[in-house]
Design a protein around this ligand. Sequence first.
Ligand code: NAP
Ligand code: G4F
Length: 347
Amino acid sequence: MKKKIAFITGITGQDGSLLAKLLLNKNYIVHGIKRRASSFNTKRIDSIYQDHQNKSKRLILHYGDLTDSLSLYDLLNKIKPDEIYNLGAQSHVAISFINPEYTTNVDGIGNLRLLDAISKLKFKKSVKFFQASTSEMYGNQKKTLNEDSIFEPVSPYASAKLLAYWNTKIYRQAYGIFASNGIMFNHESSQRGENFISKKTTKAVAEISLGLRDILYVGNLNSYRDWGYAGDYVEAMWKIMQYKKPDDFVIATNKTHSVRRFIEIAFKRVGIKIIWKGKGINEVGFEKKSKKILVKVDKIYFRPNEVEYLKGNYSKINKLIGWKPKMTFEKLVNKMVDYDLKKLKNK
Ligand code: NAP
Ligand code: G4F
């Protein structure tokens, strides 16, 4: 049987690397674009790298960028993929306030470049397209969110992603392209970027417990996120692409936890009980036993606009596709702390 061909943007990122592994296990041929960088940016996929000279290789990397229309079109035309997963993005919300134009170019127009390229391909009707949409598009509604909830983005990242979300729907309707949105709530893993709160916390907790660092500095302790496991979420992406028709699906856990709770659980894993004292930017977290201050708030990590509360409802994908998250929140935090501890101990 002919092997399926996938094309992944963002293959060097958290989700892209996990998805590439999933698809290789399913016997796909996987193509991905990596950005030119002055130092190697492929560490998340080094374990699955296959030599260019290997005739039967199933992982093929190309230099590419979501800001470069013609090269995207050329690659798609040559590779003729069955499935395209658009995971490439400037994915940090706080940084989108600092680099808004760039974020809009990559996250918003990047999606349009791909969709427009697909619409010009002879085989456009046989290609499937997945867009990595985000719960950030909902903004501040402080209620459980599903596919029928309205969107009220509050950051340049979220508005760029909303542009991509709508164009995915528009190209589906206008050209009959199989184009689906996964509206994903936060998902983490040991492979998460180090400036997101989950990885930043678990790495700092591991370092503090080994005496390699004194303090974890954070921003808003009181925001809530619906945190799931990235391994479960890439499974959902693949399932959405195998569904009989294109559609939009919330991918979430139906639960929400505060940043404060995340930090408490991470410290608990290394035997430290955190007690909070003070208010606002003067709040600190100290170890109950030693009274040592281990967590401090720094206003540099606050955003000009904050999404205070996110909680999704995954009923639709569960009912139509049979997906549900497997990993619990506490298990996820523990797994991330354990990974960071092991990595430091093996250094
Ligand atoms: P990530 O770890 O930040 O990975 C982003 C990927 O995009 C990296 O491979 C990055 O390349 C690549 N990229 C950045 N700019 C690019 C450009 N101009 N052209 C081509 N590629 C570019 O993000 P993630 O957590 O895996 O998330 C995957 C996708 O899901 C993103 O679109 C994100 O916005 C979306 N999403 C994520 C979550 C979440 O909680 N993780 C939730 C909802 C939606 P480098 O490695 O070279 O930087
Ligand atoms: O980990 P975060 O930076 O993730 P955020 O902003 O929720 O965005 C992530 O999830 C989105 C889906 O909802 C994705 F679309 C997006 O690409 C990304 O993957 O921040 C989580 C919360 C925020 O409320 C933030 O203000 O943690 C708060 N926070 C508190 N202190 C911090 C910090 N965030 C970061 N990054 N660093 C801090 O020191």
